[in-house]
Design a protein around this ligand. Structure first.
Ligand code: MN
Length: 207
């Protein structure tokens, strides 16, 4: 395996079994927009440490993906996101999936890369791997999932392709600066923050 694999509604058993042997899986989602509860989930992208990318197309009105749920809730496998707060909420709200454990490259970056205010995926991939990401399909119609263009598929795949490497590099930096334990506590409290987001609480830690 190494070619991009595309699925409708859920992973197949073969790829689930393959991914269940991984220590970490990078995850991203594409939606119709950024408003939680209004905008539906269209696409889920996955990538293991060996670079096996898969894309799952989610149907309108779909409320579960049992094989994906097994993977996302497996306590032995770390799920890596860039801005996990958004994707974890999408998976919870639309598919009833409680993702854990979590590593968020955006939180890690904000904790350790205090020399910059740029914590977007493109900047991070550029600085830590030297690769220039093409983000031109970022705002596009993901709802027409059966007819995704080659550009959209390649964009979607690239959003997960570098997350395993970013996690490795950021972990080295966090440990060097003595921030790894704090990062772990931040990741551990993400499910609570996601629950508050879903229930539409404003940020309750502020005055
Ligand atoms: Mn994306």
């Amino acid at each position: 395996m190494n070619k991009l694999q595309i699925f409708d509604t859920d992973l197949d058993q073969e790829l689930l079994d393959y991914y269940l042997n991984s220590k970490s899986i990078a995850v991203d989602t594409e939606t119709m927009g950024l408003v939680l509860g209004r905008d539906r989930l269209c696409l889920i992208q996955l990538c293991d440490q060996a670079g096996q990318v898969s894309v799952i197309r989610i149907l309108q009105g779909q409320t579960s993906a049992p094989r994906l749920k097994l993977l996302m809730e497996d306590a032995r496998i770390v799920k890596i996101f860039h801005f996990a707060r958004f994707d974890v909420a999408q998976l919870q709200l639309h598919l009833g999936i409680s993702t854990k454990p979590i590593f968020c490259t955006k939180i890690a970056s904000k904790l350790v890369r205090t020399y910059t205010n740029s914590h977007g995926l493109k900047t991070l991939v550029q600085e830590l791997t030297g690769v220039e990401l093409d983000k031109s399909s970022q705002s596009s119609d993901w709802g027409n999932a059966v007819n995704l263009s080659a550009e959209q598929l390649s964009y979607a795949a690239n959003d997960v392709r570098y997350l395993n490497t970013l996690r490795e590099k950021l972990t080295v930096m966090l440990e060097r600066e003595g921030l790894d334990k704090l990062a772990d506590s931040c990741f551990d409290c993400l499910p609570t923050i996601v629950q508050l987001d879903i229930l539409r609480y404003p940020f309750i830690f502020e005055h």
